[in-house]
Design a protein around this ligand. Structure first.
Ligand SMILES: [Zn+2]
Length: 198
């Protein structure tokens, strides 16, 4: 299982949650049941600068080599890079995914409105476990617009790896994020770690 955060550097609510989860040691209950990997800040330069894009000005969640990758930016704030997989962070993630071969991916983001648990691939039950704890609505596949080059498309749709994208409301105090999300995160990992979860 893979926990991912900081894909977008201005989404501290997401990467702070993953970092706090790692520091909490709550994952100790998974010992013997699952292997858990965490990449809290996929986009370290963006996190340091507080900006969505990486240091090259590329949206890492549009840079993965999906079948529908296109060089044009669908929206100005989502520049996909010069080529699919062009960015060092994307290459690191792809190399890691090839080694880890996760059976479940959770990526923590934040958004200006409409927080949700979004799922790609066969992850509806996982979304339901999480949503039952944090009270957020479940959204399917795409967040209302095409996302070529996104992790949800690459892993969930194209490779059928159950993938959740947790969208936390931007600006939520980080202690409140922890209070609202820690139990949900623990519950979904415990559920996914069951031998028959998939
Ligand atoms: Zn994001």
């Amino acid at each position: 299982m893979l926990l991912l955060g900081g894909v977008h550097g201005d989404e501290v609510e997401g990467y702070a949650l993953i970092e706090r989860y790692v520091a909490s040691g709550k994952w100790g209950s998974l010992a013997g049941k699952a292997t858990l990997w965490a990449i809290p800040r996929l986009n370290p330069d963006g996190c340091a600068l507080g900006q969505r894009l990486n240091a090259n000005g590329v949206d890492l969640n549009r840079n993965l080599p999906t079948q529908d990758w296109i060089p044009a930016s669908l929206e100005a704030r989502y520049p996909p890079g010069a080529a699919p997989g062009s960015e060092p962070e994307t290459q690191a993630l792809l190399g890691g995914l090839a080694q880890m071969r996760p059976q479940f991916i959770l990526s923590a983001h934040s958004c200006q409105a409409h927080p949700c648990v979004n799922y790609n691939g066969p992850a509806l039950e996982l979304a339901q476990v999480m949503a039952a704890c944090n009270g957020l609505p479940i959204t399917a596949d795409i967040i209302g617009y095409p996302t070529p080059g996104s992790l949800g498309t690459w892993a969930g749709q194209e490779r059928r790896i159950p993938t959740l994208t947790l969208e936390i409301l931007r600006g939520t105090p980080l202690d409140q994020v922890w209070q609202e999300q820690a139990e949900a995160l623990q519950a979904v990992l415990e559920w996914a770690a069951q031998g028959d979860a998939f």
